[in-house]
Design a protein around this ligand. Structure first.
Ligand SMILES: NC(=O)c1ccc[n+]([C@@H]2O[C@H](COP(=O)([O-])OP(=O)(O)OC[C@H]3O[C@@H](n4cnc5c(N)ncnc54)[C@H](OP(=O)(O)O)[C@@H]3O)[C@@H](O)[C@H]2O)c1
Length: 289
């Protein structure tokens, strides 16, 4: 079943102040480049760039003249971030009362120049969240046509169950990669398959480019596989994520056009089962039981 999102999703966390501080024209070009590369879904959160990146993107989107229906916009709410934009936040916390949920969605929509969000996520689970309170906000947003679907991010199965008692959860955006592989073993991905929840994975490349000297064995294996598959290391890491039967959508962070293009074409790599397991075993450093 199609999720309605491009298989590879472009993450926008680093587009603004928290990363590359792209200009409006650079963002506009990048929106077009993604679309030309087959990536039509863009991942945001209210907090990116200390609450500034959505409006930076929104300006570029408006200028781009790309039609709203030709892209999918994801945003997230609920983290109260400590920064200049919110001087009253003296401690980082989460807020999920219905009024704040509605306020956040409406602000993201306005900032993004978007009319509606295709998917609206609760960014992180809060120990104080109540499913009925969340339903009140989400139901209103859905009924008003402000959001097309609702989901969660970084939620465990139990936390998703809790929210599902009141609202239909259609996606969970989790950290997942070869180096962050716990969702394979703690039933997070199985749960999503069983419950028809779309998995999205942030940091899909894992830790491998953060320190090239780490994981030398994985880098050596990736170098060998690069020749076999005529693919770059980042493509192989994405192919590894993409092979999981739950149909994970990697949310990529690069803003470099050649890497965006490589990420998009990684969907065509047919990684064999043996090589998938070889990559896992090499990372784990031991045989599977
Ligand atoms: N839901 C959540 O809680 C949550 C949390 C974190 C992030 N996210 C989302 O996930 C998105 C992606 O996260 P991420 O940026 O951690 O993902 P990522 O795609 O795994 O990592 C991107 C980083 O890898 C580098 N990279 C990519 N290919 C490389 C290569 N071949 N060689 C060396 N470095 C390479 C990139 O550098 P260059 O930029 O130089 O290419 C970039 O710094 C974010 O933008 C955000 O939308 C969500």
């Amino acid at each position: 079943m199609s999720s309605g999102f491009s298989r590879v999703i472009q993450g926008c966390m680093n587009w603004g102040k928290w990363g590359n501080s792209l200009s409006t024209i650079e963002m506009e070009k990048l929106i077009h480049f993604n679309l030309e590369s087959g990536i039509s879904s863009f991942d945001h959160a209210d907090i990116y760039g200390d609450y500034t990146t959505e409006s930076d993107f929104g300006k570029a989107f408006k200028n781009s003249t790309v039609k709203r229906e030709d892209i999918q916009l994801i945003s997230k709410c609920g983290i109260q971030y400590v920064g200049k934009s919110r001087p009253n936040n003296t401690v980082k916390h989460y807020q999920y009362d219905s009024n704040y949920i509605i306020y956040s969605a409406e602000k993201s929509i306005k900032d993004l120049n978007a009319e509606y969000l295709d998917l609206f996520l609760l960014h992180r689970p809060s120990p104080l969240m109540h499913p009925d309170e969340i339903r009140e906000g989400i139901e209103k947003l859905l009924n008003d046509g402000k959001i097309k679907s609702f989901g969660v991010s970084n939620f465990s199965n139990g936390q998703t169950d809790l929210i599902s008692t009141s609202s239909k959860v259609s996606a969970n955006q989790i950290q997942f990669s070869l180096s962050h592989n716990t969702p394979l073993f703690d039933s997070t991905l199985d749960y999503m398959m069983i419950n028809n929840i779309t998995p999205m994975s942030w940091s899909p490349l894992g830790s491998f480019f953060k320190n090239q000297n780490d994981n030398k064995k994985v880098h050596d294996l990736l170098s060998d596989l690069s020749k076999k598959y005529n693919a770059s290391k980042d493509q192989l890491l994405l192919a590894w994520v993409l092979k999981h039967p739950s149909c994970i959508h990697p949310v990529i962070g690069t803003t470099k056009t050649e890497r965006i293009n490589a990420a998009s074409t990684s969907t065509q790599i047919k990684l064999s089962e043996i090589d998938w397991f070889r990559m896992l075993e090499t990372y784990l450093g031991h045989k599977l039981p």
